[in-house]
Design a protein around this ligand. Structure first.
Ligand code: SAM
Length: 366
């Protein structure tokens, strides 16, 4: 059998190439070869990424760095998606904050850090209605702030404790056997969702080796929340007891602090021996002989940190060695990045993320 070989002239070759290029342009997206956008992202996303402008390389590098850090701590898969969407929408994000204060209230921590010349930012609904962690944009803002924190920076966290503490047990029905309590009570359900969302942010803070400090009154059951329990299973966390009264608080107020560094124990100072005027709870004996305990105005007031406590956070952080990323972590942890667009992953229904995902994915092909 003779081989058939058609000779093509130079002119003909050029015409062929032109026709091929034209055909390529008109091919449906799925048949086109994706541009080089790194190995850890899948095809539809590649196409979105390839649309990026001149900052694309910088963004990809930053995103990939963060994903590698999340991979290194074994963060939940949903965070890889959330982070990718945030970077898709924002481009490169400046990591310029030394301190973020979640649920900042009177901002004793933010103020102390700013007075030391550090870049500090509060997240607080009373300061900015947008900063509502239970809203879609508020949660994205809270996540963004964790990305903006420098590696090894400081993060103060004081989620609303009202339904987690002892005085609310009759209403919340929380216990160590049933930490999520009575979810038919609105405030209890909101408290659960708030902690689920904060747990996600905590993973980002942990991945960035920040010195995060999670504060709760000593009777709070917040760390019994299943998301906090699974965080504890994967990470080293220290807990210490301290008194707000040691920092000039109006009452002793026993408080627990959780942190990734053993230096957290430095917050534990002796309690001044004196008469304390402010009672945080009122006790009443009911006709059947049982005792009813309710929080009073002073309990609400005691939420605000004394100025000295804010100053102590700077001092302890300055005297704590930076946590280091293990050498070659990026190479090793790239392998740990899950294939986060496929499979049956935990969608964190308890954090109520469908609106967040929808909001973030607008304008992408996801
Ligand atoms: C336990 S207090 C923290 C007080 C703070 N440590 C201080 O020194 O004033 C909780 C704070 O969270 C704020 N907050 C309540 N719900 C919020 C929400 N959905 N999003 C953001 N902040 C919220 C409250 O206004 C309150 O200031």
């Amino acid at each position: 059998m003779a081989l058939y070989h058609r000779k093509v002239s130079k002119k003909g070759k050029q015409a062929n190439l032109k026709a091929q290029r034209k055909m390529k342009r008109s091919l449906p997206l799925s048949r086109r070869k994706p541009k080089d956008v790194g190995e850890s992202v899948s095809t539809p996303l590649c196409r979105s990424l390839s649309k990026w402008s001149s900052t694309a390389d910088e963004t990809k590098k930053q995103l990939h760095g963060l994903l590698a850090k999340l991979g290194a701590v074994g963060a939940p898969t949903i965070l890889f998606q959330l982070m990718t969407f945030i970077f898709l929408g924002m481009g490169p994000i400046e990591e310029s904050l030394n301190c973020v204060e979640y649920f900042a209230g009177e901002q004793a921590v933010t103020t102390a850090w700013a007075e030391h010349g550090f870049a500090a930012c509060p997240f607080e609904i009373r300061l900015n209605p947008l900063a509502d962690i239970l809203s879609t944009k508020g949660f994205v803002l809270a996540l963004l702030m964790s990305i903006m924190l420098k590696d090894g920076g400081f993060a103060m966290i004081a989620t609303v404790c009202s339904t987690w503490v002892f005085v609310n047990r009759a209403t919340s029905r929380r216990s160590i056997w049933s930490p999520l309590g009575d979810i038919s009570v609105k405030s209890v359900a909101a408290g659960n969702e708030m902690v689920s969302r904060m747990a996600l942010i905590l993973w980002v803070l942990e991945a960035k080796k920040s010195f995060w400090l999670y504060e709760q009154p000593q009777t709070s059951l917040l760390w019994e929340h299943p998301r906090m329990q699974s965080f504890l299973k994967s990470n080293i966390v220290y807990k210490t007891h301290m008194w707000m009264g040691s920092y000039g608080g109006l009452s002793p107020k026993g408080t627990h602090l959780w942190a990734p560094c053993e230096q957290v124990s430095k917050f534990s100072l002796p309690l001044p021996q004196k008469e304390w005027d402010h009672q945080l709870v009122a006790k009443k004996v009911l006709p059947d002989g049982s005792v009813q305990v309710t929080g009073n105005g002073a309990l609400k007031q005691s939420q605000a940190y004394p100025k000295q406590f804010g100053k102590a956070t700077v001092c302890v952080w300055l005297n704590t060695p930076c946590r280091t990323f293990s050498t070659n972590y990026e190479k090793a942890s790239t392998k740990k990045i899950p294939s986060f667009w496929k499979g049956n992953m935990d969608k964190w229904a308890d954090a109520n993320l469908s609106d967040v995902m929808q909001f973030l994915s607008l304008g992408t092909l996801k």
